[in-house]
Design a protein around this ligand. Structure first.
Ligand SMILES: Cc1cc2nc3c(=O)[nH]c(=O)nc-3n(C[C@H](O)[C@H](O)[C@H](O)COP(=O)(O)OP(=O)(O)OC[C@H]3O[C@@H](n4cnc5c(N)ncnc54)[C@H](O)[C@@H]3O)c2cc1C
Ligand code: SF4
Length: 469
């Protein structure tokens, strides 16, 4: 049994509650940004740019910082990625641009994410508007879901002159950037500023409008020239074990959401918290619990360290926060007294051969049950699919596989000629991330433009845009 818990001194508790939830990395000063930008080799065919899913011209934006043109630097970023301020904070840069940087092997890679944040914050603080709505082309598009995929698609369409309405079921737009990404990585204000930028392009964002309930899919398909689905995924699934109804068992996404929209001192947390799962959501939940004040916060995961789905840097962060890890441990019952959680009954596991996905299958070890004492259990074992929505869409010929909408990756068009989709709801393989959702929205916007306005016009407009750079 591997358990990395050390009852060490926890530095975050020396801060006030509010300070613990400030952005983890401070912004770069002008001097730091220029010094870092001047380390860049401004590579030809830069590998960092190829590694960025939205293909931001990284050497150009860094060069602009080095030469004092920060306003132009932010333009370069936002031309490729309207959500550049979010991506600067949340992108797994070690796996993408910074991982590909030619300086990664010998020295330290360029801090591309922090430089991108420096430039986009500069533009946001000064309320610089880079883009205007394109000349009206007479076409109307409905976007379902105002997360990164929907906002990116909506904004790119508005730049091309479409009349776009975005329907969002939550009270605030921004998707998981607003409600899901831990606040010490991305403050809500950054996400809402991006929503505002998209609205300033003329996009009508209708919050508290759930498509399928408040608005009918058939009406959207009949009334609009194209529909983009950026509905993401749903709530955390149940653990399907006895005791789940006890007070103190919570949905991980709801737990994170509270820290984004409620005063921190009003959030209930346990003194001893067990988080079930080992993906990025689980790491966010367990580190939040620690920062709120949990004396002991642990991850309970049925496989081993090697199979954990979270990013490695997230794992390291959690270890630094004093989180403990119970690997090869499967919860089988939440135990409680007087309706409240008192512990998690678990069995120890061993790993067998690989399953269809290539991951080794966990097998329970007989007679190995034990109880982890805790007063809160947070469920963080992935996200449900929107089965109701998928069934409805199937009536229009939109196919799905394992709960993910099927699209042609070149256009993000579904089997229905008017319906496009992108973001987490189509990401059947590989990691789902904000930057990929943004790129999906861009691909669909271009395809909608080509389909409705014409590919000749699309090419002409894009070549004119690249000349303006
Ligand atoms: C806890 C957590 C932490 C994460 N951390 C990171 C990170 O650090 N870095 C990173 O790159 N990625 C991270 N991700 C992944 C990233 O947030 C997603 O990949 C990204 O948000 C996907 O964007 P999307 O637009 O497809 O979906 P979402 O962001 O989920 O947005 C979908 C939107 O559609 C709305 N919607 C759904 N159904 C309807 C309907 N019927 N009608 C109207 N609106 C509807 C939803 O309310 C939501 O606003 C994290 C994910 C989670 C869960
Ligand atoms: S690979 Fe590194 S050094 Fe080269 S342009 Fe990109 S950030 Fe600069």
């Amino acid at each position: 049994m591997v358990e990395h818990y050390k009852p060490q001194k926890y530095k975050a508790w020396e801060l006030t509650l509010e300070e613990r939830f400030q952005e983890y990395f401070p912004p770069l000063s002008e001097r730091e940004a220029v010094t870092e930008a001047n380390r860049c080799l401004f590579c030809h065919d830069a590998p960092c740019m190829t590694a960025c899913p939205t293909h931001i011209d990284i050497p150009t934006f860094i060069k602009k910082i080095a030469t004092g043109n920060v306003k132009g630097s932010a333009r370069t970023i936002l031309e490729s990625n309207l959500l550049g301020a979010t991506c600067a904070r949340v992108c797994p840069v070690e796996e993408l641009c910074e991982g590909a940087c030619v300086l990664a092997h010998d020295h330290k890679p360029i801090m591309i994410g922090r430089l991108q944040r420096y430039a986009t914050d500069y533009a946001s603080e000064r309320k610089i508007r880079y883009f205007e709505p394109g000349p009206a082309n007479g076409f109307r598009v409905a976007v379902v879901g105002a997360g990164p995929a929907g906002l990116s698609c909506a904004g790119e369409l508005a730049k091309r002159g479409f009349d776009v309405t975005c329907f969002e079921k939550k009270p605030l737009a921004g998707g998981l950037d607003t409600y899901g990404i831990v606040v010490f990585r991305e403050p809500v204000e950054v996400s809402l500023a991006e929503v505002k930028m998209v609205e300033e392009l003329g996009v009508k964002v209708k919050t508290n409008h759930a498509v399928g309930a408040d608005v009918k899919f058939e009406d959207l398909i009949a009334e609009y020239d194209a529909v983009f689905l950026g509905v993401g995924l749903g709530a955390v699934p149940d653990l399907d074990i006895p005791g789940e109804e006890l007070s103190g068992v919570v949905d991980g996404l709801e737990f994170i959401e509270q820290t984004k929209i409620k005063p921190l001192h009003t959030i209930e947390f346990g003194k001893r918290v067990c988080v079930v799962g080992a993906g990025n959501t689980a790491i966010d939940c367990v580190t939040i619990a620690r920062r709120l004040g949990a004396e002991r916060a642990m991850i309970v995961y049925r496989r081993s360290e090697a199979e954990m789905p979270c990013y490695h840097f997230e794992y390291e962060f959690a270890l630094k926060e004093g989180v403990s890890f119970m690997f090869l441990t499967q919860p089988v019952e939440v135990v409680g007294k007087d309706g409240k959680v008192e512990g998690l009954r678990c069995v120890r596991m061993d790993l067998g051969g690989p399953d269809a996905s290539g991951r080794r299958v966990p097998i329970p070890i007989p007679d190995s049950e034990f109880i982890l004492h805790c007063d809160m259990v947070i469920k963080a074992i992935g996200q449900k699919k929107h089965h109701g929505v998928l069934e409805k869409l199937a009536e229009f010929g939109v196919k799905n596989s394992k709960g993910y909408i099927l699209v042609d990756p070149a256009t993000n068009r579904t089997d229905h000629p008017k319906i496009f989709a992108g973001g987490d709801c189509v990401r059947i393989r590989g990691e789902a991330s904000t930057v990929m959702a943004v790129q999906d929205g861009k691909i669909a916007a271009r395809a909608i433009y080509e389909q409705l306005v014409g590919s000749g016009a699309a090419r002409k407009a894009e070549s004119a845009a690249s000349k303006r750079k």
